[in-house]
Design a protein around this ligand. Structure first.
Ligand SMILES: [Fe+2]
Ligand SMILES: [Fe+2]
Length: 334
């Protein structure tokens, strides 16, 4: 009996030891090569920036933005392109941007995967989700009332995209905050430029997209400045993450049906493409983080900085070549 008790105790202890070993291994896996636990270190900055965000609330109401009296039943008057004449690229942009907003549950899930209970970044994620949620609401209301895009195509796209649940899944907190900084900025630019392409007399549509772009601006400022704080804490880990995220960056929406075709149209329309990615996203964000002049980088991070510079130079060359090509093509078109 005593032997049995001892055997049992030894087994329980070895199970407990195994669990502790696994927990330590998991913690080590989470730590970057610098050994700094960035998630712990940035907690005060998350709090600071979250409080700054709350100090300037944007309390607009989705239901107040729409002229409901203009609505017509689709069962009585089916949608037609002539309901709202618009360039293909602008229609594609509204479609892609709205479906991206629809995919919010999966983005929230990704963010919460990096937000342990009790950490202020979890509170921020809840606030962010609450604000983001109204974007799809107000956009869809405007889309349906104005008839600017085909509602059947939109719903079919939503079913396909949300059925996949396809969103980027950054590996670490450093990857996450660098990626989201670029993404929020890119989204802000895409909504802003789409609004500018709407007919002047669609004041409601322009206002809806401006409100959304305003929210995206605030989200961008939170992540951009959080990443800036993280660069000060662990520049090497952040540099490696930034280089990785820039070279792999794609606009959200890769799960949307015919995404590439829509992305080409959106770029051709001058709403969002490689040129905007370089001038409106990479230049201001990397400039603010001052990646060219950061000191105290590890050898691996120096290598990442060089790769990042080479990647940005390559994009710059491509943008220049495309600009020359379109400038050269213009006389032939006139
Ligand atoms: Fe949004
Ligand atoms: Fe956003």
């Amino acid at each position: 009996m005593e032997l049995e008790f001892l055997r049992c105790t030894v087994t329980l202890e070895s199970v407990a030891l195994q669990r502790i070993t696994e927990r330590v291994q998991l913690a080590i896996k989470r730590l970057p090569s610098s050994g700094i636990d960035l998630l712990v270190e940035i907690a005060p900055d998350v709090e600071r920036l979250y409080n700054r965000h709350l100090e300037a609330p944007r309390l607009w109401f989705p239901h107040e933005q729409i002229d409901w009296g203009k609505g017509q039943k689709f069962s009585e008057r089916p949608w037609s392109e002539s309901d709202y004449p618009l360039a293909d690229g602008v229609r594609s942009s509204i479609y892609v941007n709205l479906l991206t907003e629809d995919n919010l549950p999966y983005y929230t899930n990704t963010l919460l995967n990096h937000a342990p209970k009790g950490h202020p970044i979890r509170d921020w994620n809840h606030q962010w989700t609450m604000e983001e949620n109204r974007h799809a609401m107000v956009m869809r209301d405007w889309v349906h009332i104005s008839r600017c895009i085909d509602p059947t195509l939109l719903e079919e796209g939503r079913r396909v995209q949300m059925g996949k649940g396809e969103v980027p899944e950054p590996d670490s907190i450093a990857d996450l905050i660098t990626y989201v900084s670029f993404q929020e900025r890119a989204t802000q630019i895409a909504h802003r430029n789409t609004g500018a392409k709407l007919p002047k007399d669609d004041k409601i549509g322009r206002n809806v997209l401006a409100l959304i772009a305003g929210d995206e601006t605030k989200h961008y400022l939170f992540y951009r400045d959080l990443a800036l704080a993280a660069f000060a804490i662990d520049p090497s880990t952040m540099m490696i993450a930034a280089a990785k995220q820039v070279s792999a960056f794609a606009m959200p929406g890769t799960g949307i049906p015919s995404f590439t075709r829509h992305a080409v149209r959106i770029a051709r329309e001058g709403i969002y493409g490689l040129g905007q990615f370089l001038k409106d996203v990479l230049d201001p964000v990397l400039g603010l983080w001052d990646v060219d002049h950061l000191a105290g980088l590890s050898a691996e991070a120096e290598k990442a900085r060089a790769e990042l510079a080479a990647f940005v130079a390559k994009i710059s060359e491509n943008v220049e070549r495309m600009a020359q090509k379109s400038a050269g093509a213009k006389p032939a078109l006139i």
